[in-house]
Design a protein around this ligand. Structure first.
Ligand code: ADP
Ligand code: MG
Length: 579
């Protein structure tokens, strides 16, 4: 790309002053400022449209981040998230109202508590780059050239100085961002050899400020995590050294305790434990098996071609459950489908909370067995399958359940939260189970059976809308517009950042393209998408560089695809010609 000097940009803006907004298109290109290179990748159509996309790139020789601050990768991701946060903060301070509509805005989405690979800041050996949006200034639809010059030639370089230079940071903060992230990754990596599916460090702060504020509850209000001696595990981390925490082994773990004693909060920390957290979050050393999936009831969702017969069979009207399809799932069928889909996507740990689960999916007690006969109840409760999921599929479960003791005998571990303090009550729970039999009859008939790798029909993944062959948009974290359809991701507890949703939406298109090339099963498609992302990085998901993407897991990709209402699955055994 041709690089033009900053003086040319100043001249151009001077000439553009007073002209109609579309003339701003001439800015597109690459400009060599004194301290940085400015790429103007996309120019908005008018001052009210979504803002223009620019990249501010500072050569590493000038930015000065020492190699050990961005290598290896775990450190780089910590650094990039730190820089993104600072950039977002400084951009907010620098932007000023410079005319109509969005004139003068400078923005970069502030990362949440989770530390993710993201494209808003890119750090390579040669340079560090911030990807921002700016509102090019105008009065009505007339270009304000002078304001634009200030925005592009003064504000942006100033932003670079404040947030893209090593010297603008406390070196200890940079080091910490790398250390914390590397420790979390090392810890998660050690889970298998420790024989654990989750680890929560002693002293971790699990509660959040509020349901809409993910920052930690202030120290003086939070009870730091305590570790019962029987569950205490010690590990050595590269930076934090020897630490202790509560280890949860594979199998079935039950979290019990009175209402408001912190059960859901603990489970939420485990849901998020598949991601790393920023220093100061409180959950930096709370890590979970990376494939863990939170499953919840989601009545009304669509389900396409899922074999839920391990949990549900003999539906009224003889509806098939080995290839279950519905546009309007019930609480229990949505949970059954969610579990099977999770397994198909490689999940090895299920996380379930009574607060968001269908009761009839979890339990069916003796009295109910007497009243509603086995033949009259399509559901085989999770209670009767949890053990098999572990023995047949190696899938563990952590279940929050304060409302029923029927799980005592199937649980390998029972943890009680008592005013936020965990206690190992396994022995007592087993004693109680022996003393007070539930009297219920087990209801599983035969094994869970294998999980089939389903094949989606390429034609059912249609991203076209009107005359546009591809129309994919996202609204916030929870909605993907895929062609004519809206995918509702509200129930995905582990999709935490709108940038993940953005990337995931593009990955759905990639998946569609792969499927059109040659028919493959879902796990194969997820493998291929992951391989492609490893090869090209998140940038491979768009033609022009964007700062909008953050990394996501295959589990969320699978869950999003499963919620595409047009999805069609090839019926097992159907002749290829009939497809
Ligand atoms: P449960 O699921 O057991 O009913 P929650 O997990 O919803 O309880 O927690 C109830 C309240 O207690 C929430 O407002 C939560 O923020 C708070 N809380 C949870 N854990 C702690 C803790 N360790 N210290 C202080 N407050 C906590
Ligand atoms: Mg709860």
């Amino acid at each position: 790309m041709k690089r033009s000097p900053a003086a040319d940009l100043a001249d151009l803006l001077h000439r553009l002053d007073g002209r109609g907004y579309p003339a701003y298109k001439d800015l597109q290109g690459c400009w060599e400022l004194d301290t940085a290179t400015l790429f103007i990748d996309h120019v908005q159509g008018d001052p009210f449209a979504s803002p223009s996309r620019v990249r501010l790139r500072v050569p590493m020789a000038r930015a000065g981040f020492p190699r050990e601050s961005w290598q290896p990768d775990g450190r780089r991701i910590g650094l990039v998230n730190l820089l993104a946060r600072r950039l977002a903060f400084e951009a907010e301070g620098l932007q000023s109202h410079r005319g109509s509509g969005r004139s003068g805005t400078i923005a970069l989405r502030r990362p949440g508590q989770e530390v993710l690979e993201r494209t808003s800041v890119v750090c390579t050996a040669g340079w560090v780059e911030a990807r921002l949006t700016v509102g090019l200034p105008a009065a009505g639809r007339r270009i304000l050239g002078g304001e634009a010059a200030e925005l592009l030639l003064a504000d942006l370089p100033e932003l670079g100085r404040r947030a893209l230079l090593y010297s603008s940071y406390d070196p200890a903060v940079i080091r910490q961002a790398g250390d914390v992230n590397e420790d979390a990754q090392a810890l998660r990596g050690q889970l298998p050899e420790l024989g654990l599916v989750a680890f929560l460090a002693e002293g971790a702060i699990l509660p959040r400020r509020s349901g809409v504020d993910d920052r930690p509850l202030p120290r003086e209000l939070a009870v730091p995590l305590q570790v019962p001696p029987s569950l205490r595990v010690e590990v050595t981390l590269p930076h934090a050294g020897r630490i202790a925490g509560l280890g949860i082994p594979p199998g079935i773990t039950l979290i019990v305790g009175g209402g408001f004693h912190g059960k859901s909060c603990l489970l939420q920390a485990l849901e998020r434990g598949v991601y790393d957290h920023r220093p100061g979050d409180g959950r930096e050393l709370v890590v979970t098996e990376p494939s863990a999936v939170k499953v919840r009831a989601e009545d009304g969702r669509s389900v396409q071609g899922v074999d839920i017969s391990a949990f549900i069979r003999d539906l009224p009207g003889g509806r098939e459950t080995a290839f279950f399809c519905t546009d309007n799932a019930s609480g229990s069928t949505s949970m059954a489908a969610g579990i099977v889909e999770a397994l198909e996507a490689g999940c090895r740990l299920l996380l379930i909370d009574e607060d968001t689960a269908a009761t009839n999916f979890l339990i069916r007690d003796r009295r109910m067995q007497e009243l509603v006969l086995r033949e009259q109840e399509p559901i085989t409760p999770f209670l009767d399958r949890a053990r098999q999921l572990y023995t047949e599929h190696g899938v563990s479960t952590i279940l929050v359940l304060g409302g029923s003791g029927d799980y005592f005998e199937v649980a390998d571990l029972v943890v009680q939260l008592d005013a936020y303090v965990p206690r190992d009550v396994t022995a007592r729970a087993h004693q109680i189970a022996a003393a007070h039999a539930t009297g219920r009859r087990p209801e599983a008939q035969g094994p869970c059976g294998p999980v089939t790798a389903r094949i989606p029909r390429a034609a059912s993944l249609d991203p076209s809308r009107g005359r546009r062959e591809v129309s994919i948009k996202t609204r916030d974290r929870v909605t993907v517009q895929f062609g004519e359809q809206e995918i509702d991701l509200t129930a995905l507890a582990q999709l935490v950042d709108p940038a993940q949703t953005r990337a995931l939406a593009e990955a759905l298109l990639l998946l569609r393209d792969l499927q059109r090339e040659r028919e493959r099963s879902l796990p194969e498609l997820f493998d291929l998408v992951e391989a492609e992302l490893r090869r090209q990085g998140l940038d491979g998901l768009s033609r022009t560089p964007t700062g909008d993407f953050a990394s996501f897991r295959r589990q969320e990709l699978a869950a999003a695809l499963a919620r595409l209402r047009s999805l069609e699955i090839v019926r097992p055994g159907a002749a290829a010609s009939a497809r």
